[in-house]
Design a protein around this ligand. Sequence first.
Ligand SMILES: *[C@@H]1O[C@H](CO)[C@@H](O)[C@H](O)[C@H]1NC(C)=O
Length: 324
Amino acid sequence: MCRFSRRILFLTLIIGVIISFFTFSVVDVQLYKLSLLSYVSEAEFMATYTFPDDFNNATGVDHFIVPNIIHFVRFRNFQLGFVDYVVLKAAMRNHRPDKFYYHTDIKDAKCEGKYWEWVKNDQELWSRIEIKYIELPTEIFGQKLSDGWGLFHGSDIARLRILQKYGGIYLDNDCYVIQSLDKYRKFECVVNWDENQFLGNQVIIANKNARILPLWLDTYKEYHSDKWYYNGGERPTVEILHRHPELIHRVKGNFGADTGVSVSVYMNPQMDWRRLDIVHLLMGHRSYLDPNYKTTPVFDENNIRTYPYPFGEMAREVLDLPHP
Ligand SMILES: *[C@@H]1O[C@H](CO)[C@@H](O)[C@H](O)[C@H]1NC(C)=O
């Protein structure tokens, strides 16, 4: 009896080992396949898509040619603030990208601090976040970037290079997404260019082979280090778009690039913000644009509960906070 049960035990053990071996190898293979799959789909997006001279910038194509990746650039500062968190939540809820790429020049950047912790506790967000190291550009075509504007100019350049590398949706850190941007993922390149204005570079949606990207970078051969928006917006508008408007799908107004629109979120309770795709919050410019700045110089999860202007409603909505 004793010998018999020992034999059973032994047999069970062997069978167990065999079964677990099979299970693990199957799981392994599946995992491998899965990673291969996601690799393939990414590679597919990376695949060369050449744009003919007569590519239709008004209708685009009938399938997605821009990968569903949202790119943020964070030079020198990888801390996540309250508004950064709101922006991330809005992009997730209202657009639903496959990935968020945070490009930073901070080596071994760590997701630490209160709001990164909030992100880590949010599976939907955290599973999508990837951190990519990128050097802060310090010169372009042998010209040293401005001391004062260096961070901004570096970011202007980096966003173009990032789009050339991956394609996707570049957003400034203070762009609040209101509607799905999928309708724009069928074009070579989409930019907000308001009537009689320079283009806005706070939102750029592009395939990696968009023809305007290398041309835009080329305009830096004439770099004006003393002007904030010369190479960011003025020169590409005048040198490229005035001659070749067909290189972009032109968006007027809907990316909320206009300063008057941005300011409304801090002062006009009647603002109809929901009709826009994106609002550029111009957070860093509130001190002189927002007449009520002194009452709420810094937003957080407490004061946002009763903040009476549209930005309060926008933030509360994505944070699931009640209407006061
Ligand atoms: C498409 O390009 C033409 C120039 O060929 C331009 O006039 C037009 O505004 C563009 N349309 C859109 C929607 O961007």
